[in-house]
Design a protein around this ligand. Structure first.
Ligand SMILES: Nc1ncnc2c1ncn2[C@@H]1O[C@H](COP(=O)(O)OS(=O)(=O)O)[C@@H](OP(=O)(O)O)[C@H]1O
Length: 355
């Protein structure tokens, strides 16, 4: 009889070897060689890695260790490479199908609204191809030129939509005119979330990167909590949705926008993604059956994300625990945002119910 401890020890010993094997295989692939490699070798590496991960994930109690996480990331990448490099009839193919196009739809905001979740949910759709990283073209790298931007995009076939997400676009003054200069018919998606929670989420992110950061309260108000709200602090400023939208409406008609509720994206992901698919003119393929609620994470997760056969939640930086903020401070911020929220509801024609 193999005991659980035995089983785990055996597979744990195989972990470094498998990771080494996978690293070698993926380096090989990145130089373009795996297209001519014996498929049996490369696929055996991935298969072995996938099985190992599956077993260790179920055996391991509590949080996964670092090497397990590294193996998981390596495999996601490896599975993606294999997916790209091998056609269904088993013949190796080069990644030259389709062409790189400018995005027809962009998730332009808002920071901490739930933009990563929405993009990952949409990527499940076979007619959506999206850039994984945030390119920041229209706000940071505009001088690199449009061809640089187009070249970053994944290849698409006819009928597929190219997408990217950069949440800072919504609040950068120059972005609307620059984006319109590229294509004024680009569809614009904005995931909005209660500006008060969004500000706390933004602060929480900065806090993880900057230990010793002053308190939320001291940054949100000009003097003490009795003072006025400091709208020049970016965590507060980003939540002035009506003001940012006004800037966009100088260049794009309202019909170019879809406003997604960050709250509903958590409580009813299939419903919100359904609206987005309609807006993009896509068949409603991503639906209830693609999601499950992970009670440990406290968020909906995907049963089968793009390029992977395992269920997956977003990473640790999504769905962080927020530090406690006094109800008095939250109240004052809520009062501050109320008129801006009402204006935003009027402009967008949607009531997000934040008050
Ligand atoms: N399914 C799912 N899983 C995990 N997290 C989810 C999900 N749906 C929405 N969210 C919320 O997304 C918030 C992060 O937003 P963004 O991805 O837009 O952040 S970022 O601007 O790209 O940094 C993140 O904010 P925090 O909770 O403050 O971490 C989440 O509340």
């Amino acid at each position: 009889h193999v005991t659980s401890a035995h089983f785990q020890a055996t597979f744990s010993n195989a972990l470094p070897v498998t990771m080494l094997f996978l690293f070698a295989y993926l380096s090989y692939c990145l130089t373009g060689w795996c297209e001519s490699a014996p498929r049996i070798t490369s696929q055996a590496a991935l298969l072995r890695g996938n099985v190992l991960l599956e077993v260790l994930s179920t055996q391991q109690q509590g949080p996964r260790n670092e090497s397990l996480r590294a193996l998981s990331q390596l495999l996601d990448f490896g599975n993606g490479v294999a997916h790209e490099a091998v056609s269904t009839n088993g013949m190796p193919v080069s990644n030259t199908y389709g062409s790189k196009k400018f995005p027809q739809a962009i998730i332009i905001g808002v920071k901490k609204g739930g933009t990563r979740a929405l993009l990952e949910f949409l990527r499940v759709h076979p007619d959506v191809r999206a850039l994984g990283a945030e390119p920041h073209f229209f706000d940071r790298f505009y001088e690199k030129g449009l061809e640089w931007y187009r070249n970053l995009m994944p290849r698409t076939l006819d009928g597929q939509i190219t997408m990217e997400k950069t949440p800072s676009y919504f609040v950068t003054k120059e972005t609307p005119s620059r984006l319109c200069a590229m294509n004024c018919s680009t569809k614009l998606i904005v995931v909005v979330r209660d500006p008060v929670t969004r500000a706390v989420s933004d602060y929480t992110q900065t806090l993880t990167k900057t230990p010793g950061l002053p308190s939320f309260q001291s940054l949100a108000f000009k003097n003490s909590s009795s003072g006025a709200v400091d709208a020049s602090w970016s965590a507060v400023r980003i939540g002035l949705y009506a003001q940012h939208l006004e800037n966009w409406l100088r260049h794009f008609p309202l019909s170019s926008f879809l406003f997604v509720s960050g709250e509903r994206l958590v409580s009813d992901p299939a419903g919100e993604v359904g609206r987005v698919q309609d807006f993009l003119g896509l068949k409603r393929i991503v639906g209830d059956k693609h999601f499950y609620f992970n009670r440990t994470k406290g968020f909906p997760c995907l049963k089968k994300p793009e390029g992977s056969s395992r269920p997956r939640c977003l990473g640790k930086s999504k769905g962080r625990t927020h530090p406690p903020i006094s109800s008095e401070v939250l109240h004052k911020l809520r009062d501050f945002y109320r008129p801006f929220n009402l204006r935003f509801y009027q402009m967008s024609g949607q009531d997000f119910g934040w008050d």
